[in-house]
Design a protein around this ligand. Structure first.
Ligand code: ADP
Length: 291
């Protein structure tokens, strides 16, 4: 009887031990796996433009017959690819810093209406080049605190929030048809006693198929996977149709989360896509300036 009790106890303790170790190890294993995947994907993405630069430079150096026009063309490709490489490294650095908690967020008063106007101004030339209209609509919310305070001001990192909306707006423009309109709406709502700023970015573009939505915010994910293939014609010539990194939405989401906010997406293929960003206005005292 005694020995049965002891062995049951041993088995029980061993089972609990195994269960606890699984519980502790599993998240570490998962984050290790995703880090490994991130490193592999990043190396892969970096290798393509570097190979492209090498090919073009070698061709220009080794062909004595090459005309100045041809040389110029090669250099233009190198310039385009170098710019893309710069964007990629910049995005990778942002995410790596974010992962390691090294981002120094500067939380301050951010008037979101002015910030969005600025983002639209910066994107206007690109929108015009695509024949796309961009507009901002403000909800006529009255500030419950009375006059003198801006109803659309939140506590956040100005540069990061600009980056979040730049990524969403530039996507909306890039995926818009000619003569399409990109509409931003900024409203303020109160839920559970907390004021939240809501921004929607709506386009009339090709939309996103429903099966792509769950992976949309994954790093390096692109709906049109041909674009992410190293051997695709676009990458080979350095003329990626969008020149994106596949990291824009991952970064946008990381920034929203660092501000205790969220991003949702609703899309109807053929009709358009709407991203909704919710950002609590926060209080200057109650927030930690952490990533
Ligand atoms: P990229 O640098 O490729 O734009 P993102 O992370 O910003 O990377 O976006 C990931 C993918 O989501 C894009 O490649 C595109 O397929 C899809 N996408 C993002 N925004 C839109 C949009 N407004 N309309 C249609 N597709 C979009």
């Amino acid at each position: 009887e005694l020995s049965l009790g002891t062995s049951t106890l041993v088995v029980l303790v061993a089972a609990i031990g195994w269960f606890l170790s699984r519980l502790a190890i599993e998240p570490i294993r998962e984050s290790y796996e995703s880090l490994k995947q991130f490193t592999a994907d990043a190396s892969h993405e970096l290798r393509n433009p570097i190979a492209l630069i090498q090919t073009n430079v070698q061709a220009a150096l080794s062909d004595p017959e090459m005309t100045p026009q041809d040389q110029r063309q090669q250099l233009e490709t190198v310039e385009r690819v170098t710019q893309r490489l710069g964007r990629l490294v910049d995005d990778l650095l942002f995410l790596a810093r974010q992962d390691s908690g090294m981002i120094q967020s500067q939380f301050q008063d951010c008037p979101l209406d002015a910030l969005l106007m600025e983002v639209l101004e910066e994107q206007r030339a690109i929108a015009q080049a695509h024949s796309v209209q961009i507009q901002l609509q403000l909800g006529d919310d009255r500030d419950p605190k009375g006059p003198g305070t801006d109803p659309f001001t939140l506590q956040g990192d100005y540069d990061q929030i600009s980056r979040l909306f730049t990524n969403l707006v530039s996507n909306a423009i890039q995926y818009s048809p000619p003569n399409g309109t990109v509409t931003l709406k900024l409203t303020r709502k109160i839920s559970q006693g907390q004021a939240t700023l809501k921004v929607t970015v709506q386009d009339q573009g090709q939309g996103i198929p429903p099966e792509a939505i769950p992976r949309l915010f994954d790093r390096f994910y692109r709906v049109d996977s041909a674009r992410s293939r190293p051997a695709s014609a676009g990458v080979q010539s350095g003329k990626s149709p969008k020149g994106g990194t596949g990291l824009g939405l991952a970064i946008a989401q990381a920034i929203a989360q660092a501000h205790q906010g969220s991003i949702r997406v609703i899309s109807t293929p053929g009709t358009g896509t709407k991203f909704t960003v919710l950002l609590p206005i926060g209080t200057s005292k109650g927030r930690k300036p952490s990533a």
